[in-house]
Design a protein around this ligand. Structure first.
Ligand code: GDP
Length: 564
């Protein structure tokens, strides 16, 4: 990382210095009309002017449109020097463009087709930590497998015949896991990351059911071959009707004693949704994995981030430790590897960021998700938001006695607050508070909320595009406040590499006291984990088995990975 001085006062000083030196030597040497010092001075002046103009043009340019490609080799942006909302920025820094995130991303894509892949770092959000070289090598290996076995390759075509016949000879060598598009967008992002890690651990190829909107939301993450199930995939209709009662459901097969080691079915349905039963949960036992390993096609339906329970399986433990030596970076790295918003969504992100967030000294994200039968807004939720943000010094208090507070230091620090919620009520109240009264610190506080969609509209394209843009925008903040139980918030914290303050879930429509708690790790919570000891074949508290898998802050029975 190369640091260059961008202080305009320094530049001006050097320019006037150059002027003095060139005029001083003007009379002494007139061999070429101007002497060597003048020539060098002129050259240096041009160089500096060019550098200043270039920097200014990069900083002030319009937000990139879908058709614009970045051609520069470096980007100037404000980078956080010391971390934390209450610590400021110490100036602009020129960083070499690490567009492939330290090797996490594969090279060889067409930049124009997916600008977010190459520009996710421009808002000062590089990766939090360094991916292990083992993870990088396993990702490249996965990409090679995907290319070898992906849609319409020879092994894929071969296995299609078996899929139609219902029985497997296991001759093609390639095995697959199909992810079914199911549930809200936050849930889908977490389950897709879980399915990918499972594919990586079991040497399977991940194929994605495009559902109604996956193609409009995400770019292809793997080079050369699509991750989407082809339209002519023979099980498309059938697989959407699979449920825990289906004969192909693994839990049902166990209950029916229909598993025969002599014949392997061409596919098995894994029901890992929140309502799964004890037999379905045996998926998380090594013994059951050794059977599933033989099945060429696993069709997976889940609305849970199930990675914490993979950590409790001895067969995966070592591999997971090698992939993620710093344990709480799983979703952060996998999320930044897999989920690149399409140019349409990236336009929503960048236009909003440039218009409302980029120029602030500090950025705070507040994600509000209310799980109530009524839409709200509720007074107790507003009270909780204010109590958390004021108590934790994330927002300054206001002075209700004075009309104005004069700042002693000249330039006032600015804070941009990005609020997201289905309702506009909380945003309006907080915005009005900072409009009607001055802050006690003299800070200037701007409150922004991109949308207020009213209610969840999972099947609507634009609704989900806005939801994804908002998760991404929250991830670009410096400090984050999230709501309990919300996968929307988990995605934002994970992509951003942030440990949020979590607003406790209100009970009986009362603001909890304390209102919030800082998260132990940036990992999402597995909301419906099994409580079963596969070896002892009895129930156990799976949150107390190893130091790095704990119960979640926001859900006492959930499990999350922490870096212990
Ligand atoms: P969760 O229910 O909070 O775990 O998150 P999900 O993302 O799985 O489902 C909630 C869905 O409701 C989102 O995908 C959006 O469609 C919608 N939604 C919830 N909160 C917001 C919000 O703040 N902004 C927008 N645009 N949509 C939201």
């Amino acid at each position: 990382m190369k640091r260059v001085n961008r202080n305009p006062y320094d530049d001006a000083e050097k320019l006037s210095d150059l002027d003095t030196r060139s005029s001083f030597s003007r009379d002494s040497d007139k061999k070429w009309g101007f002497n060597l010092m003048q020539l060098m001075g002129f050259f240096l002046l041009c160089l500096m002017l060019f550098s200043v103009l270039f920097s200014v043009s990069v900083v002030l340019r319009d937000p990139p449109s879908d058709g614009i490609v970045e051609a520069s080799t470096s980007v100037v942006f404000q980078a956080e020097q010391s971390g934390g909302l209450n610590k400021g920025f110490s100036g602009s820094v020129e960083l070499p463009r690490d567009e492939l995130l330290g090797g996490l991303l594969a090279a060889g894509f067409d930049e124009r087709s997916c600008l977010s892949r190459y520009m996710s770092g421009i808002h000062g959000k590089g990766l939090s930590g360094k991916p292990s070289s083992y993870l990088i090598s396993r990702l490249r290996k996965y990409e090679a497998l995907h290319k070898e076995c992906g849609p319409y390759t020879e092994p894929y075509n071969k296995t299609m015949k078996e899929l139609r016949s219902g029985h497997s000879s296991g001759s093609s060598g390639c095995k697959y896991v199909v992810w079914i598009s199911f549930s809200g967008l936050g849930n889908r992002i977490l389950t897709l990351a879980s399915a990918f890690l499972y594919a990586l651990l079991t040497n399977r190829v991940l194929l994605v059911d495009p559902g109604v909107d996956m193609r409009d939301l995400f770019c292809e993450p793997f080079p050369d071959i699509s991750w989407f199930l082809p339209r002519d995939f023979p099980l498309t209709t059938e697989m959407h009707n699979l449920n825990e009662q289906s004969a192909q459901c693994y839990g049902k097969m166990l209950k029916d004693h229909s598993i025969r080691n002599s014949t392997v079915p061409s596919y098995v349905y894994l029901h890992l949704a929140h309502d799964y039963d004890d037999q379905d949960k045996l998926f998380f036992c090594d013994e059951d994995q050794s059977y599933l390993r033989k099945v060429p096609w696993l069709i997976l339906k889940t609305d849970n981030y199930f990675i914490p329970s993979l950590y409790l399986m001895p067969s995966f433990e070592q591999e997971l430790n090698d992939l993620f030596p710093k344990k709480d970076t799983i979703f952060h790295f996998l999320g930044r590897y897999l989920f690149h918003p399409t140019n349409r969504v990236w336009g929503l992100v960048t236009r909003y960021y440039e218009a409302y967030l980029a120029k602030a000294d500090e950025r705070l994200g507040i994600q509000i998700r209310v799980f109530d039968t009524e839409p709200g807004p509720f007074q107790h939720v507003l009270d909780q938001i204010l109590s958390c943000t004021l108590k934790e010094n994330l927002l300054p208090d206001v002075n209700r006695q004075q009309d104005t507070v004069l700042s002693s230091s000249g330039k006032q620090k600015s804070k941009a607050v990005l609020m997201t919620s289905l309702s506009s009520g909380y945003f309006e109240k907080v915005r009005d508070m900072y409009w009607e009264y001055p802050t006690v610190t003299g800070e200037v506080v701007g409150i922004y909320q991109p949308s207020h969609e009213g209610y969840q509209q999972t099947e609507k394209k634009m609704h989900n595009q806005k939801a994804l843009a908002e998760m991404y925008l929250l991830s670009l903040t410096d400090v984050l406040v999230t709501s309990s139980w919300s996968t929307f918030g988990y995605v934002a914290q994970g992509l951003g590499g942030l440990k949020p303050w979590i607003l406790y879930k209100p009970e009986n429509r009362t603001a909890p006291d304390p209102p919030c708690q800082r998260a132990m790790s940036m990992e999402p919570c597995f909301h419906a984990p099994p409580f079963y000891d596969c070896k002892a074949k009895r129930g156990t508290d799976t949150g107390a088995l190893v130091p790095h898998v704990r119960h979640c802050e926001d859900m006492s029975w959930g499990l999350k990975v922490v870096d212990k």
